[in-house]
Design a binder for this molecule. Sequence first.
Ligand code: SF4
Length: 108
Amino acid sequence: MPHPSVNRRDLLPSSRRKFIRTVGAQVIAIPLGAIAYPTLLLAADKPKLDPAEPTATALGYTHTAPNPNKNCEDCQLFKSSGTAKWGRCAIFSGKLVNAKGWCYSWSA
Ligand code: SF4
């Protein structure tokens, strides 16, 4: 048992202290990043909606709204993904729609 005046940190080799500090910081940083930016993580794994897909075609989806005052980012079914340009839509689940896009199901 070390003498009470000896600091316990002095007993660890510096490489071990450095390893514990580095790994500890990463273990904390990764979950904090996921909490801070969950929408970015969600957006990153979803593909963008192709306007040529049958459902998109049936609903007249386009990446550029014909009326700039009626676009996806103003639609009730749109949920921002954390990026300015793309977001999720309740109709096209699993895909991202363009914030400046539009389809026949647009609703105020
Ligand atoms: S319903 Fe249509 S207009 Fe509304 S967010 Fe989805 S794709 Fe855009």
